[in-house]
Design a binder for this molecule. Structure first.
Ligand SMILES: Cc1ncc(COP(=O)(O)O)c(C=O)c1O
Length: 488
């Protein structure tokens, strides 16, 4: 077919703005960078965004999908306007979640990852990123004590701690009964503390075990899973014909930041040959600091560890790793053959053979970038600074009569109660947090935990994650809460 006949059969109208590719990419990068610099400055100047109703937002931002193509610079203006109205999680006054701040090299790594847009399933399309993932997995696995004999551990980057926990459940299920992957029919039991993350129950539902088969083990007054109660529940379940499958302990519980007693739990798991998983989505990072690593004692005896770099390490979301002591564990539970995809190289170089997803974001590059920036030494200094800030907040809470500290903070979360003054009703923490948000002073959340010795049902939970935070920010947070407490 000549090009004339091709043109006749498939007319291409040169006036149609279709070839918007290459030059526009250049422009998109230039324009975006300028706007991102402005937004970064805005986070410093206005650390808490204005609270706006969904109706006002839809009206003010014009979020409808257009019929006609839009001009790139207008789109980038529009994106900036949207980000201006989007809550910032990177400022020094964001205490609301277990992530906060903006890591420079992590951010750069993520920008490069978005630009590269590789899918990390085969060496063919990801080459050095596969090696980077493997280097990080071995580095983190060594910290977890999973390769003390010099061997290789296993692991995979996932889209978050919830999915890392889910993959660990699959590994545990298939250890208990390798036929279950194909044939289904689970009678297993998962044991976890009453204060573990909700992803445990959710995962149990997803893997076909059933949410009701998650046994909630009581905790002591510090919020730690009670190993004796654990053993008693296992004995009870065995007597009733259930099949204990795994224990999921937590390093850094979501509300209190508590670390379970891993050594004692490992003893129980060994006694009954149970898979031992640690959900260290938040607290796994303690492995990076000689001062805090003692909290992780016994971790080297676990079978798998969830570790989110997007929480306490400040790497941009999402960046979570599931580490397994047995290098083949994920592959056993997750590999599928796909001749159109896995065409070259060994399985070792094709992480798609051990991941939950098919297409998978390049989350490793930003962690690799951040690790270059901080180094092992820098990570430990960074974490110890976060820890000292949390201790300083707790001390400041103790000094003020308006507050009652729930407990010395085990990690980076500080839980406290705002007390009512003489003649005042109990302080409504929910309302207080909302008023704080409206005042644009800070974002902080409220939560509850069992056995709290508090007058209110909830407590304020301030997660001190952003290492840029200062003592002044901490005092200002408490000043603002005190001021509002007099009004609510
Ligand atoms: C202890 C713990 N595990 C798991 C998760 C879930 O992590 P992700 O949000 O990355 O799915 C959280 C989230 O806060 C958590 O605190």
């Amino acid at each position: 077919m000549t090009s004339a006949t091709l043109e006749y059969k498939y007319p291409v109208d040169p006036s149609v703005a279709w070839g918007r590719g290459v030059d526009e990419v250049q422009r998109a990068l230039q324009l975006s960078l300028t706007r991102l610099l402005e937004l970064n400055q805005l986070d410093i100047e206005i650390p808490v965004r204005e609270t706006i109703s969904p109706e006002e937002l839809s009206e003010g931002l014009n979020l409808m999908i257009p019929d006609q193509p839009q001009e790139l610079s207008d789109i980038i203006d529009h994106l900036e306007q949207i980000m201006v109205k989007t809550p910032t999680t990177s400022s020094r006054r964001f205490f609301n979640q277990l992530f906060s701040g903006r890591d420079p090299a992590g951010l750069a790594g993520d920008l490069f990852a978005a630009f590269g847009n590789q899918s990390i399933y085969t060496y063919k399309v990801a080459a050095p990123i596969v090696l980077i993932e493997e280097i990080l997995i071995q580095k983190m696995g060594a910290l977890a004590g999973f390769s003390n004999d010099g061997g290789r551990c296993g692991g995979i980057f996932t889209p978050g701690g919830s999915l890392s926990n889910l993959a660990a459940m699959l590994c545990a299920r298939d250890q208990l009964n390798p036929k279950w992957r194909d044939q289904g029919s689970l009678r297993g039991r998962i044991y976890t503390s009453a204060e573990s993350h909700y992803s445990v129950k959710k995962g149990a539902g997803i893997i076909g075990l059933g949410r009701d088969h998650v046994v909630s083990v009581p905790v002591n007054e510090r919020g730690q899973l009670d190993p004796e109660a654990l053993q008693a529940y296992i004995e009870r379940d065995l007597a009733e014909g259930h099949q204990p499958m795994m224990v999921i302990a937590t390093a850094g519980t979501t509300v209190r930041g508590t670390f379970d007693p891993f050594v004692e739990i490992a003893d129980v798991c060994e006694r009954y040959t149970l898979w031992f998983h640690i959900d260290g989505a938040f607290g796994g990072t303690a492995l990076l600091s000689p001062v805090l690593a003692d909290n992780m004692r016994g971790c080297e005896r676990s079978d798998s560890l969830t570790w989110d770099a997007h929480k306490a390490m400040g790497v941009p979301l999402t960046c979570s790793v599931l580490l397994t002591k047995d290098a083949k564990a994920c592959e056993r539970s997750l590999s599928e053959s796909a001749s159109y995809l896995f065409q070259a190289d060994s399985d070792l170089l094709n992480p798609g053979t051990r991941s939950l997803q098919c297409g998978r974001r390049n989350d490793a590059l930003k962690l690799w970038g951040a690790w270059q920036f901080h180094g092992d030494q820098g990570w430990s200094r960074r974490l110890e600074r976060q820890r000292n800030l949390a201790l300083a907040l707790a001390e400041e809470v103790n000094l003020r009569s308006r507050f009652k500290l729930c407990e010395p903070p085990p990690y980076l979360n500080v839980c406290f109660e705002v007390l009512a003054e003489e003649g005042q009703n109990l302080i409504d923490h929910e309302e207080l947090c909302y008023q704080l948000q409206l005042s644009q002073e800070a974002l902080v959340g409220y939560a509850s935990f069992s056995g709290a010795q508090t007058k209110n049902e909830t407590v304020i939970r301030a997660a001190v994650i952003n290492p840029e935070c200062t003592l002044e920010d901490i005092k200002r947070l408490l000043d603002s809460i005190e001021k509002l407490a007099a009004q609510v």
